[in-house]
Design a protein around this ligand. Structure first.
Ligand code: DX5
Ligand code: ZN
Length: 218
């Protein structure tokens, strides 16, 4: 049966109080950690030392989304930080399969992410090498942007291909997910929903996580 996972992004949390901010969302399935280097995206968030501090204060799976150049050089630091899954961008490396292999060799799950302008078809051959595909539904770099519904075409393509090949690969969506957009995303077969401003902008973030999950289930 369909079991949607909700992965709140701490990008929209109070960085001075990350332990408390994570304690506010006990219903979260994963904790989504947005790493930005100021080069791959025009914004800078934090790096592996902060991810390690987050990993130390939660038992939940830590899902690191690396919006950085040269991921092969850095993914090991996020494994050391305690990541359960590390997702990197296909636009940032010439050899995504080898970056995924680096992660698997360290016992960590590997995900690839596609910016809105990146087509999915050239990457379908990578589905045998990864555990997750993240479809960005905003331009990466900032929270609080508007959902791009046309990105759901990529989700449909991925859903059909993963099911046809009988693969164990999760589809994740990130950017502009809220009560108004999660239903249509769920209907296309997304497995993991990242939500930043929707969760941390809510008066009761944990109730929002539960509401989003219920809305994904329809
Ligand atoms: C954007 C990040 C997202 C961001 C989502 O580059 O990858 O994870 O935090 O924020 P919302 O949910 O506010 O669009
Ligand atoms: Zn993200």
């Amino acid at each position: 049966s369909y079991q949607p996972l909700i992965a709140p992004s701490i990008l929209s949390a109070d960085f001075a109080r990350l332990d408390r901010e994570i304690e506010r969302i006990p219903s979260a399935d994963w904790i989504h950690v947005d790493v930005m280097d100021g080069h791959f995206v025009p914004n800078l968030s934090f790096g592996a030392p902060v991810a390690k501090a987050v990993g130390a204060v939660t038992d939940k799976p830590m899902d690191c989304h690396l919006m950085i150049e040269d991921p092969a050089r850095w993914v090991g630091d996020y494994v050391d930080a305690g990541a359960f899954n590390v997702t990197f961008h296909v636009e940032a490396t010439d050899d995504p399969a080898s970056v995924a292999e680096l992660l698997h060799a360290r016992g960590c799950r590997a995900g690839i992410s596609l910016k809105p302008g990146t087509p999915v078809e050239p990457y379908l051959e990578l589905l045998d090498h990864v555990d997750l595909v993240l479809v960005m539904s905003v331009e990466p770099g900032f929270g609080g942007q508007k959902f791009m519904p046309e990105m759901l075409d990529k989700v449909r393509t991925l859903r059909a291909e993963i099911d046809r090949r009988g693969l164990d690969v999760l589809i994740q969506i990130d950017g502009g997910i809220d009560s108004a957009t999660i239903g249509e995303s769920a209907a296309t077969g997304v497995d993991v929903f990242v939500a930043g401003s929707a969760v941390y902008g809510a008066p009761d973030p944990d109730a929002k996580v539960e509401a989003l999950r219920a809305e994904a289930l329809g």
